[in-house]
Unconditional design. Structure first.
Length: 335
């Protein structure tokens, strides 16, 4: 590879991580450009957070352009005026304000700005009592698992339905571990291990966290092992994906890992086949598992660990017991 081509590839890779600074930052001088690059390329490691913050900051700077406000001249009044006309939802406004505060903090540290103009601008109050994800009932979850076909006829023989076994195993993992679809998609064969007593699954979760969850012996263990044996992949290298994508409608699996989007589509398809509501999603199983365990008196901190939440308040957002109580109350109204 030539030196010029190598530099071009490095430049493209760098720009993908650190977006090009807008004109207002370029005009702010060397310190401003350094703070911009440091903020996006070094401080923000999550690509989704980086994209969301970049969009929020770009929108604010675009709003400043017709007002001829330089970076060093941004005042709290301008930030407040911007959010007064912001048409986004309260959570969106809070995210955008957080993005501006974080960037301007870095600008202050690198002496591109004297003070953080967003620091004194209050965010709007917003309290979420319960999440929006719909809860699939325990009976519906059982029905869904039982309706997945795991055998099929092929050349007058009854053979394992590998895709069906895969889908049952994935849905079983979603239910019995409360894992996110993205974490399930990332599982490799090395993450399904036997410690001498039982099988466990090791998940890589958001924020660089890792969790090891025991596999239920009566059902989930059988779901996964039946799938691995039918697919013939149990002895493959540990780096191989645990759950593979399928070749369209051939019933065969590829060597590639299934994706988060594939899991979402699969769940919708299986719900439809089972004649269950299709507004449910893989996240609905997390809601069901959390609510079911809390209803049985399992301590919140234990359920919090299973769900992989850093804050117990997040776990409470998945608790639908209050909704059930409210539903019972309104049904008793005599009118």
């Amino acid at each position: 590879m030539t030196e010029s081509r190598s530099l071009t590839i490095q430049s493209r890779s760098s720009s993908a991580i650190c977006p090009q600074p807008p004109t207002i930052v370029e005009a702010g001088g060397k310190n401003a450009r350094f703070a911009w690059d440091e903020f996006f390329a070094a401080q923000i490691r999550n690509p989704h957070t980086r994209a969301a913050y970049h969009l929020a900051i770009r929108k604010f700077f675009a709003w400043l352009v017709p007002r001829n406000i330089a970076l060093a001249d941004i005042e709290p009044g301008a930030v407040g005026q911007y959010f007064a006309q912001h048409e986004g939802s309260i959570p969106t406004k809070k995210l955008h304000l957080a993005a501006l505060r974080a960037l301007f903090d870095q600008m202050v540290v690198r002496h591109a700005m004297l003070l953080n103009p967003a620091a004194s601008v209050p965010g709007e109050k917003y309290q979420v009592i319960e999440g929006k994800t719909p809860e699939i009932t325990v009976l519906q979850a059982r029905e869904l698992l039982s309706r997945i076909r795991t055998l099929k006829e092929c050349d007058d023989k009854i053979v394992p339905d590998i895709v069906g076994l895969r889908d049952r195993a994935i849905i079983g993992v979603l239910i019995y571990t409360a894992a996110r679809a993205g974490a399930v998609a990332k599982l490799g064969l090395k993450h399904f291990v036997h410690d001498g007593v039982l099988w466990t699954l090791r998940f890589a979760e958001k924020g660089g966290k890792s969790r090891e969850i025991p596999v239920r012996h009566d059902d989930l263990e059988r779901y996964i092992l039946d799938y691995l044996d039918a697919a013939g992949i149990r002895q493959e290298p540990g780096d191989s994906p645990l759950f593979r994508s399928a070749e369209r409608r051939t019933g065969r699996l590829t060597g590639k890992a299934i994706t988060n989007v594939d899991i979402c589509r699969m769940v919708k398809r299986r719900l439809k086949d089972a004649q269950l509501p299709t507004h449910y999603s893989p996240h609905s199983f997390r809601v069901t598992t959390v609510t079911d365990l809390l209803s049985q008196g399992v301590p919140l901190e234990d359920v919090q660990y299973l769900a992989g939440h850093a804050d117990p308040r997040t776990t409470r957002l998945y608790d639908r017991r209050q909704k059930r109580a409210t539903r019972n109350i309104v049904e008793r109204i005599s009118v």
